[in-house]
Write a new protein. Sequence first.
Length: 279
Amino acid sequence: MKVDQLASLRSSAAKDPKQAIKEVAKQFESLFMQELMKSMRQATMASGMLDNEGTKLGTEMMDTEFAGKMSGLKGGLADAIARQLERQMGVASDAGKARPQINQVSQTTPLRAPTSAGEFVATHSEAAKQAEAKTGIPATFMVAQAAHETGWGKKAIRMADGSNSFNLFGIKAGADWRGPVAQITTTEYVHGQPKKMVQAFRAYSSYDESFADYARLMKTSSRYRDVVARADDPKQFVNAESAKRFAQGLQRAGYATDPAYADKLGRIINTTLRLQRMT
């Protein structure tokens, strides 16, 4: 890519990220097509006297022109690349933009999914602190639970079109839920045995909205009254032993069907505590 093209792309990205992603995807597809045609020509035997530097240069220029014209066609490789980049960068698809906001929540967390455990903790700390103020549950525990439910953001629940549901806590869409839903196949434990089931999960417009809904669930559901009650003093509550009690309390309340949920969550909380001490 030429310097002036790169500068133009950077300017476009600042103004319209979605259009810039499409252009980048088109460039990738063009490069791929050029390499594909180059490898095909190399696999073909040379014809003899007409094969020289001049004809090679002409062939390369023709391949470049052809690849440019073939790139960016609807339904092609560029479309697939663009969708993947949009998901990785947190750029909302057209379907995602049309999704209604169920709760008006101040936006403090980037919509882009974190790429590491440390970034995950840093990304969600502020929203977790707001939820802590409402519930008394330590922010560290909530960030850790979100990490456990989403595999540190790498196994997030997706909508049918591949866009982000922003559901950090695996909260299902019950009969009283009036917002958008994401239907996915998940593992539930029935009588201690894992079974694959299609379940409906709540979908949000942002990570902040997910934290706010989690806080509301913890605060208003009688099922989790004891869990919240144990979080009266967060300063005394944030340690390995209290982390274990919190995780066990959630499991007793029926937050998840996995019989090993408390042990798994407890380990993630301790990992989160270590990551926070390092920052």
